[in-house]
Design a protein around this ligand. Structure first.
Ligand SMILES: O=c1ccn([C@@H]2O[C@H](COP(=O)(O)OP(=O)(O)O[C@H]3O[C@H](CO)[C@@H](O)[C@H](O)[C@H]3O)[C@@H](O)[C@H]2O)c(=O)[nH]1
Ligand SMILES: [Mn+2]
Length: 746
């Protein structure tokens, strides 16, 4: 072994490749930029004179195009210098035997037993317990902000089922290791399992457990005979509501407890249930608060050097990804400067044409590698492997941080057994750090742990870590590391994007602002890429403008773009066609469909004209102290008819939210303008106002499903009639008003 080890030490544990074809992309981008410059020049040189119609609208168009051009430059930074990473796990296993590998603490967060059913949560837990990793080095923590005895009960059941499930996974090397996901794909890759009774046995065990848990969930409580059997349920004796209760913690499995072995006698990973104390008068800071509690409790119970954080719907789909991530974090040469390894969010419920643009493939496949090339991707809350000490506010220091892996984990490696009393003691000690006053007058949430006060606690925390000098790595394995659930209705999708875009904007205005405060701390390229995401919200204004005024001017016959015969037509055509072709090709390259691209464009429009607008307004209100932050949890289950529509890719508008009213009004406005213009000007407008007809035409076409939902559909997914009524009235009034010359005279 000696020789082999010496030799392999000279080989790194991972490699980084630059993307091919960068030169072509840069040349093409340069030509597009020239086009954009010409558009700006055109706008400045042809401002209508005082006596002409539409001077102010024209200036508005110029501002929009100025913004779009600058924003395009920020987007370009994401495509400038992409890199791809490849870990070498065989070298890792050559160099590190089980005892030398670091301890890993895995955090799963859940917050509501109805929106996030306990069965889904424990499937995620079981999938991460079953990582291909020495079990005595693994600890799994479930933080339950819903403080639900049913979720606790489900975890208790899972701790027993794990005794069968983990040996089964190991024996047959199955993937994925979430039992529900594994049983769902009835084609089992490993033939040797078939025919043998083992598969049937384990499936039966699972189904029995499932029906016990679902029964408890249905009646809303855990059966009395089970409650009396496990002392853990007594933790709920003083419980009054999920928002008002004492700290709860139960160590269900502890690696040093004799009972914590699987049916083959192998130690099981530690498993801990916790629900931090909550009081109505104390802010709990949502997921960030939960994560900080997890960080503290785990430092008492297992103190693993690596922390993996997953949302409760994001089960592990690849049992190797933990070792993959370690290759980056403990690589002898470069690992010391890497704080976290982020994997993409991928979703198992995306349909063929991805009606709500939920796959986010362009972001993860194209743009995150671009961030990685400039110093590392953002932290996006789930599927992320951190080094524990970088989460507690530590600054990067080249000398100090070097090779700190070499120290052995004393506590894990000593094999003294734990007794029931010492487990009780451990729980009591942990409760102290779960109290809601613990953080008072400390740096938690400000400089330590996840940061508070931002709707995307993850992104701001990652940025803060990078500002302290650390790097991060984006790792996107072929077999996806995690699979989760994407929203299945339009309203939910818009709400999620509102939270994300609002969070981004908050970061921009915060003391970690990528635009100014991060200057000199992270690379300028990375600053630009952060700005691209954190400026999402500002797109609402130019996009609203561009989807309202050109249409209104079309109705009035006022030209805002050059004639087809003019040479100025060329830059408009070139930029529009060039940019869209590039985006389409990118989308198709990532295995999207043409229809999927069209759907994506629609969502792009809807997000910009509703989510971002509401996010903008809310951020301003919040910063003026008129409202406080909230975290609207995305639903992970839907009613039967809602999921059927989702499967069939029929849009779901059946929700009376102000965002949907706005979208309906805008869509109708475009339709009315286009029809009005055709009535007034006939087909001649195709010649006199070609680009405006095109713009309005595209807007109308893209809104076809929306018109259907307003006027034609009969199912529950159509627009509520109150929205239909309101939007028709408003759209008609705006058209009428604009005809009375309010908008266009100078
Ligand atoms: O008070 C809360 C609210 C949420 N959560 C958990 O946070 C996770 C993410 O919530 P979800 O509703 O699924 O939000 P998403 O928009 O899907 O989540 C993305 O965006 C969030 C930030 O907006 C990040 O926290 C997530 O990690 C990231 O996956 C879930 O496991 C929740 O149980 C809590 O633990 N406590
Ligand atoms: Mn989610």
């Amino acid at each position: 072994m000696g020789n082999k080890e010496d030799e392999s030490h000279s080989h790194p544990l991972f490699e980084t490749r630059k993307a091919k074809g960068r030169l072509i992309h840069r040349v093409f981008s340069f030509s597009l930029f020239l086009g954009i410059l010409f558009i700006w020049v055109y706008r400045v040189s042809y401002i209508p004179r005082k006596s002409e119609d539409g001077k102010w609208v024209w200036l508005g168009m110029f501002l929009c195009e100025l913004w779009f051009g600058l924003y395009w430059l920020m987007r370009l930074s994401l495509r400038w210098n992409p890199v791809f990473r490849q870990p070498f796990t065989h070298r890792l296993s050559q160099r590190y035997d089980d005892d030398k590998l670091p301890g890993v603490d895995i955090f799963v967060c859940t917050a509501d037993p109805v929106i996030e059913p306990p069965m889904m949560v424990i499937n995620t837990v079981l999938s991460v317990m079953a990582y291909d990793y020495p079990t005595h080095k693994l600890s799994v923590y479930l933080s339950d902000d819903g403080a639900s005895p049913i979720t606790f009960y489900a975890l208790l059941e899972a701790s027993n089922f794990a005794k069968h499930w983990l040996p089964f996974c190991n024996k047959f090397k199955i993937e994925p290791r979430s039992p529900a996901a594994y049983f769902k794909n009835e084609i089992y890759s490993n033939d040797s399992i078939n025919g043998k009774g083992e598969l049937a046995t384990i499936k039966k065990l699972y189904q029995d457990m499932e029906s016990r848990i679902e029964n408890a969930a249905k009646v809303g409580q855990v059966p009395e005979e089970i409650r009396s059997k496990y002392k853990g349920f007594s933790e709920w004796d003083s419980f009054s509501s999920p928002r008002d209760h004492d700290a709860i913690i139960q160590i269900l499995l502890h690696r040093k407890d004799l009972g914590a072995k699987d049916i083959d006698g192998v130690v099981l990973p530690s498993l801990v249930y916790l629900s931090r104390e909550k009081r109505p008068q104390v802010p709990h800071n949502f997921k960030a608060g939960a994560m900080n509690s997890l960080i503290r409790v785990s430092s008492i119970v297992s103190n693993g050097k690596i922390i993996l954080n997953v949302d409760c719907d994001m089960y592990s789909n690849n049992s190797q990804s933990l070792k993959d991530a370690l290759c980056f974090l403990i690589d002898e040469e470069k690992g010391h400067e890497i704080a976290f390894v982020q994997t993409p969010q991928t979703f198992e419920n995306i349909t063929k044409n991805d009606i709500y643009g939920g796959a986010l493939s362009v972001i993860y496949e194209r743009e995150f590698p671009g961030m990685d090339g400039f110093g590392g991707p953002m932290y996006i809350g789930t599927g992320c492997f951190h080094k524990r000490d970088t989460l507690s506010g530590k600054k990067f220091n080249d000398q100090e941080c070097f090779n700190h892996w070499k120290s052995d984990d004393q506590d894990i490696n000593n094999d003294q057994l734990i007794t029931e009393t010492s487990l009780d003691l451990l729980e009591e000690k942990s409760k102290a750090v779960l109290s809601c006053t613990y953080e008072k007058d400390t740096l938690w949430g400000k400089e330590m742990g996840l940061l508070y006060g931002c709707s995307v606690e993850d992104v701001i925390t990652g940025l803060a870590i990078q500002c302290r000098g650390w790097k991060s790595v984006f790792y996107n394995p072929k077999r996806k590391a995690f699979l989760g659930l994407s929203p299945t209705t339009l309203a939910e999708s818009l709400v999620q994007h509102k939270r994300w875009s609002e969070g981004g904007f908050e970061i921009l205005l915060s003391k970690y602002s990528a635009a100014w405060c991060a200057y000199g701390l992270i690379s300028p390229g990375l600053q630009m890429t952060y700005c691209f995401y954190n400026l999402w919200v500002l797109n609402c204004w130019p996009t609203l403008y561009y989807s309202i005024f050109p249409s209104l001017c079309l109705l009035k016959g006022i030209p805002l773009f050059p004639q087809m015969s003019s040479p100025w037509f060329i830059p408009f055509a070139y930029v529009t066609i060039g940019e869209n072709t590039q985006c389409l090709l990118e989308f198709l390259w990532l295995e999207g469909t043409i229809k999927g691209y069209w759907n994506d464009l629609r969502m792009w429009l809807y997000k910009r004209t509703s989510s971002y607008l509401f996010a903008f307004v809310d951020t301003i209100f919040k910063s003026l102290g008129f409202s406080s932050s909230a975290f609207v949890i995305s639903a992970k289950v839907a009613e039967e008819n809602v999921s059927q529509r989702y499967e069939k890719e029929i849009m779901d508008f059946g929700n009376s939210s102000p965002m949907l009213t706005l979208l309906a009004t805008l869509a109708l406005l475009n339709l009315l303008c286009l029809l009005g213009a055709l009535l007034k000007g006939g087909l001649g407008i195709f010649v006199t106002l070609p680009l405006q007809v095109l713009l309005s035409g595209v807007l109308v076409l893209i809104n076809l499903p929306l018109y259907e939902g307003l006027f034609l559909r009969k199912d529950n997914g159509r627009f509520p009639s109150s929205i239909a009524f309101k939007s028709v009235v408003v759209a008609l009034s705006v058209c009428a008003l604009s005809n009375v010359n309010v908008f266009t005279t100078n």
